[in-house]
Structure formats: C-alpha cells, structure tokens
Design a protein around this ligand. Structure first.
Ligand SMILES: [Zn+2]
Length: 192
C-alpha cells in the first residue's frame, strides 16, 4: 500500500508475506521451536521483554514461521505469535496492542487485542502517532532499505543473507555488503 507523500523506495516493508493466523505451528515440536526462538531473541528490560531480531519499520518484531524449509517460510509479527502461544490468538482484523507503548516488547502480559482503529486511537492518545519518516540515506529513489532496516540487518545474527534479501527485497550480495560494513556508512549501529 502506498502512502501519500512518502518515497516508495524509502519503505522497507518486507516483501515476504506477513501471516496473520491462529495457527503458526502444525505440531507441538514446531510450537516448542517457536517458543524457544522467541526466548533466544528477547532480552528483559525492566518489565518489558524486548525483541532483538528483525523488526518492521515501526519496531515490531518479525520472525520466520514454517517448519518445512525455505519454501514454507512466512514472516509473522512476534507479538501476535506470543499471544497465540499464550492461548490468546488474534482473529482477522485484530491487532496486538501494547500497554507499555513499546512496539518491540513481546511480554505477553503487556499485550492486548484491539482493532486497527483501537490501535490507531491508542497510538494517537499516547502521542506516538507520527507520519512515516523519509530518512536521509533512504531517500534515493532506488533504495529499498532504511537506516532502521540496515541496523536490523547488521544486528541480525540468525537469519541468512538470502532470507534477509527476500525479506527486504534486495539482493543477497547487498545484504552481505551491509553486514561487512560497506555502504550506509552514515548509519551507526546506534546503541538503542
Ligand atoms: Zn512491555
């Protein structure tokens, strides 16, 4: 979906489809793997549990789902998966909203189900609604990456270059170059 006034090239929406489903796993073993993965990729920060893996441009965690090899992989938003693991799966049209106002948080007790409109209202009420920024290095018309996604790529330790390439819609060579620190030199790894 195109947003008015924003350079299309600046958007780093993953090109891999994001699944919104009640069934992120088919077997108990798959479920256990997903839960384990979330455990490995989160860190406790106060009461929040922060996702350290790939994120979308708003900071919501993204993870791969699918047990049958690369062809079955789909991206899922981690807070939705966390709610499903806790026995509170979200239906179509529902969002995982954060009581703590931190999109990267995956602490189950901080998540509640809301409609998209609830989510937007909540977001406006908390003063965190902002138009999507067009960032300096990503304003080039052919760029599909933003500073934020470059940072996420550099910090990602588990997903392969080819998976990240599919996720961000760029070549695997470009992902490897970014990981080696070539290009995007103005993006610091920013201790955030
Ligand atoms: Zn939280």
């Amino acid at each position: 979906m195109l947003l008015p006034g924003i350079c299309v090239g600046s958007l780093a929406e993953p090109v891999m489809p994001i699944v919104k489903t009640r069934t992120y796993w088919k077997t108990d073993a798959e479920r256990a793997r997903i839960a384990e993965r979330i455990g490995q990729l989160t860190v406790r920060a106060g009461e929040c549990l922060i996702w350290t893996g790939a994120k979308d441009r708003r900071g919501t965690g993204l993870m791969q789902i699918g047990g049958g090899g690369a062809a079955t992989w789909r991206l899922a938003r981690v807070p939705r998966v966390v709610m499903a693991l806790a026995g509170r799966p979200l239906g179509e049209g529902m969002c995982a909203c954060h009581r703590c106002d931190n999109p990267s948080c995956c602490e189950e007790t901080h998540l509640f189900a809301g409609t998209y409109t609830d989510n937007m209202r909540d977001c406006i009420a908390k003063g965190r609604f902002q138009p999507l920024p067009v960032l300096h290095g990503s304003s080039h018309h052919r760029s599909k990456l933003t500073e934020e996604s470059v940072r996420a790529i550099r910090q990602e330790r588990i997903l392969s270059a080819s998976t990240l390439a599919t996720t961000y819609g760029v070549s695997a060579g470009r992902i490897r170059a970014i990981r080696r620190g070539k290009g995007w030199v103005h993006v610091s790894d920013g201790a955030v």
